[in-house]
Write a protein that binds this ligand. Structure first.
Ligand SMILES: Nc1ncnc2c1ncn2[C@@H]1O[C@H](COP(=O)(O)OP(=O)(O)OP(=O)(O)O)[C@@H](O)[C@H]1O
Ligand SMILES: [Mg+2]
Length: 352
């Protein structure tokens, strides 16, 4: 049984439909990332799980038991859902110490002084803030404040924790570090986490399961590898990674492969649209790291004129022109001006 199940969930604000039939299952102990661009409904879905928003149709189950079920008229308030919530803005109390910020919820629940002392200290130790319990939030860095917010959500030992873009206020270096320790912390405690982000690199790094949303709909759900290497739609393929999206015309779709024409040159690719999509105008998507600089003409190769390059430190990104289209690729070598051959491996060129 999944730890958390979302079934055919709809939500509207007035006449605006924001969630349009979301279905998803999250396994116990997994880190799930809700990924999507701004306005796709990530926060709304997270707040619906928490009980902070009321959907209008569908169900949400934790351990098989409904916390919301439109059909049965069930809608538990947030405090009865047993979830930890970390807000983007941290929402710490400025006049309370780190210890008191984390202890507050346990005090409200009437726990004993001894239990509160032990739990708060253990949780602060767990997020690396054991020495800073007596400080006030204003005496902490952004990264440390964010650890306090996470400690506050974890101190009750909730089986499920919800995090809304918890790293978005950190600088790039701290974010990368935080991904690692947050994932390790969640895994160590065996809890189920739903983590909202609009940063695909963050989602790939931190998640066991990525749920891609667009316009209040679920586009694709799967492992990070599924989303990156086996996107099912043009939207998913373009959302992930850095891509060349080429205008092509399809000559043939056969046995899962597609033969396309790009400026008079023939390329084989993976047919992502199915034979019923037929021939004619289509999009070919290939990640920039999949295109190779070849040493001459050959199978699945295109002639291209060198345009320009960007130095990335560990490699170059080169830009080429094929007729009226541009193709970007990564290489550890400089490219010389003039004509080159670019190879698009047939299993890496996706035709939609
Ligand atoms: N209280 C509200 N009233 C009306 N519309 C709302 C309200 N809250 C959110 N919306 C709309 O619902 C849609 C989804 O919003 P939501 O905050 O869930 O997006 P998001 O994916 O979290 O975006 P972001 O990455 O910018 O945080 C948006 O189009 C937004 O304008
Ligand atoms: Mg949001």
């Amino acid at each position: 049984m999944p730890k958390l199940a979302i079934e055919d969930l709809y939500l509207r604000y007035g006449s605006v439909e924001v969630l349009k039939g979301i279905d998803a299952r999250f396994e116990e102990g997994s880190v799930v990332c809700l990924l999507g661009r701004s306005g796709s409904g990530k926060t709304t879905l997270l707040r619906s799980i928490a009980g902070l928003e009321e959907p209008c149709r569908g169900a949400i189950r934790i351990d098989g038991k409904p916390v919301y079920d439109a059909g049965q008229g069930v809608n538990l308030p947030p405090e009865r859902r047993d979830l930890g919530f970390v807000f983007q803005s941290y929402a710490l109390w400025p006049h309370k110490t780190v210890f008191e910020n984390v202890a507050y919820g346990l005090r409200l629940r009437g726990r004993t002084k001894a239990e509160i002392g032990a739990k708060v200290q253990a949780t602060l130790d767990g997020v690396g803030l054991g020495q800073l319990a007596d400080r006030y939030p204003s005496q902490l860095s952004g990264g440390q404040q964010q650890r306090v917010a996470i400690a506050r959500a974890l101190v009750y030992e909730p089986p499920v924790i919800l995090l809304d873009e918890p790293l978005s206020n950190l600088d790039a270096k701290l974010r990368e570090e935080a991904r690692i320790w947050i994932r390790a912390l969640i895994k160590r405690r065996g809890i189920t986490a739903v983590f909202v982000t609009h940063d695909q690199a963050e989602a790939l790094a931190i998640a066991d399961q990525v749920v891609l949303l667009d316009g209040g709909r679920l586009v694709q759900s799967g492992t990070p590898e599924d989303l990156y290497e086996r996107p099912e739609t043009l939207f998913a393929s373009e959302f992930m990674g850095t891509n060349n999206t080429l205008s092509v015309s399809v000559a043939e779709r056969r046995d899962g492969r597609a033969l396309v024409d790009l400026g008079g040159h023939r390329l084989w690719g993976v047919d992502r649209a199915g034979a019923s999509a037929g021939t004619g105008r289509a999009k070919g998507v290939i990640r920039i790291e999949a295109v190779r600089l070849a040493d001459g003409a050959g199978e699945n190769r295109l002639p291209a004129e060198y345009e320009t390059s960007i130095y990335l430190g560990n490699q170059f990104e080169h830009l080429f022109r094929c007729g009226d289209q541009t193709v970007r690729l990564l290489s550890d070598r400089r490219a010389v001006p003039g004509r080159h051959w670019l190879e698009c491996p047939p299993d890496r060129l996706w035709v939609f």
